[in-house]
Design a protein around this ligand. Structure first.
Ligand code: CU
Length: 430
């Protein structure tokens, strides 16, 4: 117990408790209760691994495999978790974030006031008993494959905003002044960075460079005017590796001041996320880059909601990516137009076409198409490990679709009309 005595002597105001088996000594240290920073000194033969604001693992000889399975503090037992505010679930915009409740706002004069609560949540990534895809697959297509067993149910103890991960999509209009009141119900300090927004430095949410972090239990107010339009994002700006991976991210849509042409009939937002979850665990493994769960708006197939549109609709899909890897998102049956980035709309002369859009880490990409082609069309990441669930656990046989995979269901105008390509229509009308 030498480390215990050592740390206690050096930092006599810290509270230290708990232990891990084997060679690792695990202590909880109340660093942030007093808003003070402590420096912990250790002799050369001891290594210290920070697991968050309140927890360290001390290993006499660094043996990473021993800390890999350490459970990251997720929630304080004493912590009060607020129910979603009445504005959560209130659709006041036009963007659908499938699987994520919308967020309304209150008006204070001309300021749009949004409320976000950062809090621990228990989130269901997949529950095959509630598949959103199964009912759409024609019975005649179901042939008896022998599928290898893959997890049919995966819950995760993570962090989110207003009860969901990603958090609700914030919608406003170019020229609006917005106020976002953030409450911290996490077991550690946090802040929110407004990713891709041009704003004054003191509103950037980069703690500690531009603000003191929001301490557990505190509320903090951000307020700025929106001078741009497009799809941007928000995510934690403190202890970023951990907090963003734990689920603290969301989309932020700024509509242009002038009406859009062509008019968008269905406007979807999809946040791309990835998670490392050890077999049988509900906790996120933060000490690996071997991600094994991949989600659209926090859900893996077959539980990703289907994007249902009518034939002829003008459809926009906004993709956002805060996590580490890039995701090439592909659609079947359509060529879409790349119309926007986190920098805003792309000028028509610079727009490109494709059926796959690469959404790199830290970027957003908006695509548009007219839903001329009826049917069930796959929409999925084209990194092939990203379209199965917990791929590391299963042998390479037949595997059901999982991960970043869903369908665009284009409902035909008429069940009897023959299939026609748009160029055929042009030929017949000319
Ligand atoms: Cu991917």
């Amino acid at each position: 117990m030498i480390p215990l005595i050592l740390i206690y002597l050096l930092c006599n105001t810290l509270s230290i408790s708990g232990s891990l088996p084997d060679n690792a000594f695990h202590y909880q240290i109340d660093l942030f209760e007093s808003h003070k920073t402590k420096t912990v000194c250790l002799p050369d033969n001891l290594s210290i691994f920070w697991l968050g604001a309140k927890s360290v693992v001390i290993v006499p000889e660094a043996k990473p495999q021993q800390i890999k399975h350490a459970i990251i503090p997720w929630k304080k037992a004493s912590e009060k978790i607020s129910p979603p505010s009445p504005l959560t679930g209130k659709q006041m915009g036009v963007v659908q974030t499938p699987g994520v409740p919308p967020l309304g706002y209150e008006l204070d004069g001309e300021v749009k006031v949004f409320r976000l609560v950062a809090q621990p949540i228990e989130h269901l990534i997949v529950d095959e008993a509630r598949s959103t895809l199964a009912s759409l697959i024609p019975e005649k297509n179901k042939v008896p494959h022998k599928m290898h067993h893959t997890p049919r149910y995966q819950k995760v103890k993570c962090w989110g905003y207003n009860g969901s991960t990603p958090g609700p999509t914030i919608e406003a209009t170019e020229g609006d002044r917005v106020r976002i009141i953030v409450k911290n119900e996490l077991p550690e300090p946090t802040s929110i960075h407004w990713h891709g927004i041009e704003l004054p430095n003191n509103q950037d949410g980069a703690a500690p460079e531009t603000q003191r972090a929001i301490m557990p239990g505190e509320e903090y107010v951000y307020e700025f005017k929106l001078y741009q339009s497009g799809t941007v994002m928000y995510h934690s700006g403190f202890n970023v590796m951990r907090q963003d991976h734990m689920g603290l991210n969301g989309m932020f849509v700024i509509h242009p001041k002038t009406p859009e042409d062509p008019v968008i009939d269905k406007d979807f937002a999809i946040m791309l996320q990835q998670w490392a979850i050890l077999p049988g665990s509900q906790y996120i493994n933060l000490v690996t880059m071997d991600f094994n769960w991949f989600t659209f708006n926090g859900r893996a197939a077959p539980n990703v909601p289907v994007l249902t549109v009518n034939q002829g609709d003008r459809v926009r899909i906004r993709f956002g990516n805060i996590i580490m890897d890039s995701h090439p998102i592909h659609i079947h049956g359509y060529i879409w137009t790349n119309v926007g980035t986190e920098g805003g709309p792309i000028q028509p002369s610079a727009q490109t076409k494709g059926s796959t859009i690469l959404v790199s880490a830290g970027t957003t990409r908006d695509v548009e198409f007219t839903a001329w082609n009826p049917g069930l069309w796959r929409l999925h990441c084209h990194k092939l490990h990203h379209v199965v669930n917990a791929h590391a656990e299963v042998p390479m046989g037949y595997m059901e679709h999982g991960g970043m995979f869903t369908l665009v269901h284009v409902i035909p105008k008429s069940g009897h009309a023959p299939w026609t390509h748009p160029t055929q229509q042009e030929e017949s009308s000319s």
